[in-house]
Design a binder for this molecule. Structure first.
Ligand code: F6R
Length: 628
């Protein structure tokens, strides 16, 4: 949600800002704008509702082109509709100051009333909370004459979540930013510096980045970067290298980012495992004491697992479904009770957690506000915290005791695909690590399971070879109004994920069910011709649920359902009852989801594409959900 870019240097800032905003488009937005200070010290702003190209077509390049200080914004509407007036930047100090904002200022109505009382002459040009912040910073600037100080005085009065960037025509060559519970990262260049909602904003210019902590203010000029806390005290920040280059976030010949990202799933798993399996055992050095992710925390304790008697996994959407698989794996391998909870439900129901609880948050972006707030609640209540995250320098890992980064590479398509399989791989590594620490599995068994895990990328590559066949199936189903997805045990989260993908991408009503639940109600939905995807477990294995799922298939087939089965190659028991079988290679129960999910992702993507929809940026959705 909302993309933010700031630049000070010697290049034409318009080009840097538009390039950055283009790379941030994936976050989801409905209007865009930029502000640039030209070489004569004049401030120019332009903002337009709609896609970035509408803004580009409307830019007054003659006036702006040579300015080398600027800020740019893509807005995802919260306060006020997506129109030109509500788009950012907003102005303060009689049009001399421009401000952009991501997040929600919760006390903005109160601040606006105060402003109207004390300055009745104030003219508001938008319905946004952001404009109130711009006006307030403008007033403080008139008083103190320094942009960083003015911003510092205002943020001290704001409640809620925000990233703010400001510039002022009287301080050309300076951009100041502030953040609380909302992302902001610095990019370090040579004679130029950048700010961005995430590193995608500037990765084409530099791969050196600095994460900004909670409640901090940053000032960039062409040659210097200064970071302070909200009290103005200098703070030390950690620099890191961005692990991927600009090309990784390009489509590279694929029809969509999503098609490319699904094709990268084998690599996402392999890269997440790489270096973390040594001599048949898991090696997660990031859990060692020295690797604590909490900046300035004396709790450089890493992740001490001694005495942990319970795990709570927090996430939203697709990430939460990866957590469901983690529950099954950790309970089976490490014999610890695991609860999985949607982050946004967690902190509002007085959950019982304490120092013996390990709270694991899972988030591709590392910025999901619901998950961030849940993690903060866990920290405040004394729990130990581990983050599973795909984005370096993101907020959630920084708030946690330790992080296991997934190495899926940048995920640009709004709906998550490759991040899911990488999350599951990371969870499985952690589950096997925990089993070793707790002595709940013999070494040989851990080693065998790790071998299976390492074989998955190659197996998954063979599943992806069926892309064209699945595309053809999707092409036949463009008129479908509803699709059901069934699975049991490890197949259940896959069913939920398959349904979520179809809703998000193809706007088709879809529901995922635990197959055993069907007869308790949802079977009433089955009527002749109703398509039902069934994730069929392997027929092998002592405790296989295979016969039960085959019975579930028969029950719905008897009522006219059209069965689309994802089943193990050569599973003869399913063939007589399925209209379509998508075969997957043999894998044991907990590993099957990593093979079964891709066909459902491809199906949803291809059905959406066949309906002429934008699979990378589905309507109403944002990649990084930075509001609660
Ligand atoms: C679904 C999807 C969302 C995200 C959810 C959490 O395709 O992308 O459900 O999984 O918003 O996002 P992260 O993982 O960034 O916390």
């Amino acid at each position: 949600m909302c993309g933010i870019v700031g630049y000070v240097g010697t290049s034409k800032s318009v080009e840097v800002l538009l390039g950055g905003l283009r790379r941030l488009e994936y976050r989801g937005y409905d209007s865009a704008g930029i502000a640039v200070i030209d070489p004569d010290g004049d401030l120019h702003t332009r903002k337009r509702a709609g896609k970035l190209q509408i803004l580009v077509d409307d830019l007054d390049l003659a006036a702006m082109a040579n300015g080398s200080t600027g800020i740019g914004h893509t807005r995802w509407a919260t306060h006020g509709g997506p129109n030109d007036q509500n788009a950012h930047p907003h102005l303060g100090d009689d049009g001399k100051l421009a401000l952009i904002h991501n997040g929600i200022i919760e006390n903005f109505a109160e601040l606006k009333n105060e402003l109207m009382e004390q300055h009745p002459e104030t003219v508001f040009t938008s319905e946004t909370d952001s404009e109130v912040a711009a006006l307030l910073v403008g007033l403080e600037y008139q008083r103190v004459g320094d942009l960083a100080e003015a911003l510092r005085l205002v943020v001290a009065r704001l409640h809620g979540a925000f990233t703010l960037l400001v510039l002022h025509k009287d301080q050309p060559g300076v951009v100041v930013g502030a953040r609380r519970n909302s992302p902001l990262v610095i990019g370090l260049g040579d004679g130029e510096n950048f700010l961005g909602s995430d590193v995608a904003a500037f990765v084409e210019h530099t791969r050196r980045a600095v994460a900004i902590g909670q409640d901090q203010i940053v000032t960039i000029t062409a040659d210097a970067v200064t970071v302070t806390d909200f009290d103005g005290a200098p703070v030390e920040s950690e620099e890191f290298d961005i692990a991927w280059d600009a090309a990784a976030a390009e489509k590279g010949g694929w029809s969509s980012f999503m098609a490319k990202e699904i094709s990268e799933e084998p690599d996402a798993i392999a890269n997440t495992l790489r270096g973390r399996i040594v001599d048949g055992a898991v090696r997660l050095t990031e859990l060692d004491p020295a690797a604590s992710t909490k900046p300035g925390s004396a709790a450089s304790a890493g992740l001490d697992l001694t005495g942990v008697n319970r795990i709570v996994i927090l996430g939203c959407g697709t990430a939460a479904y990866s957590g469901m698989l983690a529950k099954y794996a950790i309970e089976k391998w490490a014999k610890l009770p695991v609860d999985v909870e949607l982050s946004h439900e967690f902190r509002y129901r007085d959950p019982v957690i304490d120092a013996s609880t390990l709270v694991i948050s899972v988030s591709q972006s590392g910025e999901t506000m619901d998950t961030l707030m849940a993690v903060k609640y866990a920290v405040a209540n004394g729990a130990r915290t581990l983050s599973i995250c795909n984005t370096q320098g993101a907020t959630i890992p920084r708030e946690s005791d330790a992080v296991i980064y997934t190495h899926a590479g940048p995920e640009v398509a709004v709906a998550s695909t490759k991040a899911f399989v990488a999350q599951v791989a990371a969870f499985y590594l952690f589950g096997l690590h925990l089993a070793a620490v707790r002595g709940t599995l013999p070494k040989e068994e851990i080693s065998d399971l790790l071998d299976e895990l390492q074989a998955l990328p190659e197996q998954l590559a063979t599943v992806l070879e069926q892309h064209d066949a699945i595309k053809q199936l999707a092409g036949w189903m463009t008129d479908t109004r509803a699709v059901l997805f069934l699975g049991r045990h490890a197949g259940f989260p896959v069913a939920l994920e398959g349904a979520l993908k179809l809703k998000e991408l193809a706007y088709i009503h879809a529901e995922g069910f635990a197959a055993g639940e069907l007869k308790h109600g949802p079977i009433a939905l089955i009527e002749p011709g109703q398509p039902v995807f069934v994730v069929v477990p392997s027929p092998r294995g002592r405790d296989s649920l295979h016969p039960k799922v085959v019975s579930n298939i028969q029950e719905i087939r008897a009522r006219g359902a059209r069965i689309l089965a994802i089943a193990e190659q050569g599973d003869a028991a399913v063939l007589p009852y399925a209209d379509v079988v998508i075969p997957i290679p043999l894998a044991s129960t907990l590993f099957e989801p990593l093979l079964a999910v891709a066909p459902l992702q491809i199906f949803a993507m291809e059905l959406a594409a066949a309906k002429g929809l934008d699979v990378d940026q589905p309507r109403n959705l944002a990649k990084s959900v930075t509001v609660e």
